[in-house]
Design a protein around this ligand. Structure first.
Ligand code: ZN
Length: 245
């Protein structure tokens, strides 16, 4: 038997009253089958709901893992009352299902899981702007899967602060003097600082900053386009979230 702490990031209800789960753990995304989860008497109903963080015991079967027992450790109740937050959490889940958890080193182990849990915590608590949580997730997740931008300064002359343009494809900064093509996003000092903060800070602190509404919109455009540019997937959940915004 295998025991793991995992976040349920995908649930498909099956005709046999069973449930097929996608579970994000510290070491990846696992597929788990739950027998009879929808039956009222099922002891595995609560622990296998979407966006529940649970302790799961499963046995390897012919077609993958089969759940034996589940125990919910953290449920993000408020998500289910807010269609926009739920849509955002579904977008995070779809991004991870398509792109995985990234670098497989002991030092980084669990970072994607912890990032998702942190974002769910703030969505649930309601004390951070939803748009800000989205930007933070997109930038930090891009770093987790190997697309850390080069944020020290202009890639040529190392100019550090003002007048820098962010190039999505390369993740580089360039100053006006060294910018060769007219593409990229000119960064205000506030947004440059925010990007550095999100990409380089200790994970638990990355939502601890504030931006003006204008800077938040600037960051939102950059972070979404940066992740989309490097994952090259057109996700339905992102279109849906953006239609709600
Ligand atoms: Zn330069």
């Amino acid at each position: 038997m295998i025991t793991k702490n995992g976040l349920i990031i995908g649930v498909t209800e099956l005709e046999d009253k069973g449930r097929y789960l996608r579970v994000l753990t510290a070491d990846g995304v696992h597929e788990v089958y739950v027998r009879g989860a929808k039956k009222i008497t099922s002891k595995n109903n609560a622990g296998t709901e979407i966006f529940c963080f649970s302790k799961l015991c499963a046995t390897p079967g012919k077609n993958g893992l089969v759940l034996d027992s589940s125990e919910p450790a953290r449920q993000f109740y408020n998500l289910r009352f807010d269609i926009k937050k739920l849509a955002l959490a579904n977008y995070f889940a779809e991004v991870i299902i398509h792109n995985g958890i990234g670098i497989d080193s002991d030092e980084k182990k669990g970072e994607t899981l912890n990032l998702f849990l942190l974002c769910l915590h703030y969505l649930d608590a309601g004390n951070r702007e939803t748009a800000l949580i989205k930007s933070v997730f997109e930038l930090r997740y891009a770093c987790e899967i190997g697309f850390m931008p080069r944020l020290i300064g202009c890639d040529v002359c190392h100019k550090y602060d003002e007048g820098l343009t962010f190039i999505l494809q390369s993740g580089k900064l360039l100053c006006a003097e060294h910018l060769r093509e007219n593409k990229g996003y000119p960064l205000s000092p506030a947004v440059l600082h925010a990007i550095r903060f999100v990409c380089l800070s200790e994970l638990k602190k990355i939502c601890d900053f504030k931006l003006s509404n204008e800077a938040e919109r600037e960051l939102a455009v950059i972070s979404e386009n940066y992740l989309t540019c490097h994952t090259e997937k057109h996700l339905k959940s992102l279109s849906y979230y953006n239609r709600l915004s």
